[in-house]
Design a protein around this ligand. Structure first.
Ligand code: RAM
Length: 546
């Protein structure tokens, strides 16, 4: 727990030297990239939504995190009766929404003679409106939790809460009011936004019901995360991360087809790259575009693959050529760590970088690191060919071959039939997936490796839908298509059965309270990287739509 929250911070500090480099590698291009990013900022589509009814939260051991909601009474009654008698009421908007909330307060017979203090608590899942936020022991800021206290000095008044929120439920408590007067809440609505403009096509009629539901919830998740950038989560972290962008853009290609948003994000990341040339792990748009100095090895490489996928989907060569300088720079990152034997010095890399791959404590990343580098190199070389630039990266084929051979020779345990990672020869889903995606494992080896690891009780499983994405992609690649379908149906389907309206950042079927941040309430419950069933279901209709 400690490790996962501290490492990024440590690297963030170490990374400061990063930005203080002598010269800005993109000095000439930065301005232009940021200008294009600005021009391509999407317009948000707005919808006004009001709550459907009030609900009560009830404890239920069978429900997700032990809480469910029960329909209570109508909003007509909520809006026409004294608010003082309804303190603690919870309203249900019927769907996950992202936007700014506005409410109106009026007196209820007797003139209001003192300020009114209200507390709003917004929740994506029932536990957030049922379990107290404090005392808070999480590793991330307490302020991510969506509670807001508002003091109203004049009545009647319509107020828009200044903070954008992401929620399905809202709880309203009266913290302060005068005994000599009364008031009511007469209106409450959210101006919900998204940059989705085009609906996704319908699935084949023969698609199983649960898969249809998974697809729809995946679309809802993606739509909520598609704001003026591909956010990772509209509740938290509300920013553009390369790893999330990559998966969202894949799902977008097969659904909403808002390619302009992808272009916008790729330019924004380029324009905000660190001065030493590394693509930034994550960036903020406001108050003005800026990166977080927190370099992340695997995400920097994934940038290249995102550009390649964008080009393949759109044919927009101009953009890919424009961004080529960033792509070319990312392939330099691993070179410093590749030894004579073709193996990366993963310990050194791990000291100097944040290596992510998944939020799962104890995951050994040696094999995955070999895999992601080879995979990114292969994709970059394909991109170079599409752009007629292969001469500029002519070292890649030899490097790929050398690394592939070394990985196979040193990290494949032929007796066990799978890849083992680190000095303790750890077996994980992560390692097998990356060996397949990189092509280090042959189809047969990969298939066997996955089946072996699935059968191993002690193998390290993914902790997030993010890593499950790569596992499923690998399963499809080696022909485990029925198993891939079962996994989507079981893992994402399980979230559906537990009441998900949007897919969660972290999900372990055996532990509803798992949190990389030491506080499950601060987890995001509408998280971009969890939307990728949309991509699989639509890209492979023969597997999923019959
Ligand atoms: C978390 C977020 C985000 C992810 C990073 C690595 O802060 O969940 O989605 O990309 O970690």
């Amino acid at each position: 727990m400690l490790r996962s929250t501290l490492i990024p911070l440590f690297v963030a500090i170490a990374g400061l030297s990063f930005s203080l480099h002598a010269q800005d590698f993109y000095q000439k291009e930065r301005k232009k990239w940021l200008a294009i990013a600005e021009q391509t900022t999407p317009k948000l589509v707005e919808r006004l939504k009001r709550p459907l009814y009030t609900v009560t939260a009830q404890q239920d051991p069978q429900s997700f995190q032990g809480w469910k909601v029960q329909k209570s009474y109508s909003t007509d009654s909520l809006f026409s009766n004294s608010m003082k008698k309804q303190s603690g009421v919870v309203v249900d908007f019927g769907e996950h929404l992202t936007g700014f909330v506005t409410f109106t307060i009026k007196d209820n017979g007797r003139a209001v003679d003192a300020p009114i203090r209200l507390k709003f608590t917004f929740g994506e899942v029932p536990a957030e409106i049922a379990v107290p936020f404090d005392p808070y022991k999480g590793g991330l800021s307490r302020a991510w939790l969506q509670d807001e206290i508002i003091t109203i000095s004049e009545v009647p008044k319509t107020i828009t809460i200044p903070r954008r929120v992401a929620f399905k439920y809202a709880k309203i408590e009266v913290l302060g009011s005068s005994v000599y007067s009364d008031f009511k809440l007469t209106d409450l609505f959210v101006k919900a936004t998204t940059s989705v403009t085009q609906q996704a096509s319908a699935l084949a009629p023969a698609t199983p019901t649960l898969i249809k539901q998974i697809d729809q919830i995946g679309l809802n998740t993606l739509q909520e995360c598609m704001q003026t950038v591909y956010e990772d989560g509209p509740k938290r972290d509300r920013r553009l991360w390369i790893g999330d962008l990559y998966l969202e853009s894949l799902a977008n290609i097969y659904s909403f087809k808002n390619h302009q948003l992808t272009k916008h994000c790729l330019y924004l990341l380029a324009g905000l790259s660190y001065e030493n040339g590394v693509a930034p792990s994550n960036v903020f748009e406001r108050p003005k575009p800026h990166p977080q100095i927190n370099p992340l090895f695997d995400y920097a490489l994934i940038y290249n693959v995102a550009v390649k996928e964008y080009l393949e989907a759109t044919g927009d060569k101009q953009t890919a050529l424009d961004l080529w300088k960033v792509v070319k720079k990312q392939i330099e990152i691993p070179k410093k760590y590749i030894g004579e034997d073709g193996l990366l010095d993963y310990q050194k890399a791990g000291k100097e970088w944040w290596l992510f791959f998944d939020w799962r404590n104890g995951l050994d990343k040696q094999v995955a690191l070999q895999g992601v580098v080879i995979w990114a190199y292969k994709n970059t070389y394909q991109l170079a060919k599409m752009l007629g630039k292969e001469k500029e990266v002519s070292e890649l084929p030899t490097l790929i071959e050398k690394m592939t051979n070394a990985t196979h020779q040193h990290l494949y345990d032929a007796e066990k039939g799978l890849f083992v990672s680190g000095k303790d020869k750890q077996m994980s889903y992560c390692s097998q997936a990356w060996m397949i995606l990189s092509g280090v494992a042959s189809k047969e080896e990969g298939k066997k490796a996955l089946l072996q690891v699935f059968a191993h009780e002690n193998a390290i499983k993914p902790g997030t839908p993010y890593l499950y994405h790569y596992v499923i992609e690998a399963m499809i690649q080696v022909g485990l298509t029925k198993e891939a379908k079962d996994l989507i149906v079981n893992y994402w389907g399980d979230m559906v059965k537990k009441g998900a309206d949007t897919f969660w950042e972290v999900y372990d079927p055996k532990d509803d309270f798992l949190s990389p941040y030491n506080a499950y309430l601060v987890n995001s419950y509408c998280h971009a990287w969890s939307c990728t069933p949309v991509y699989f279901i639509r890209k492979y209709p023969q597997i999923f739509q019959q």
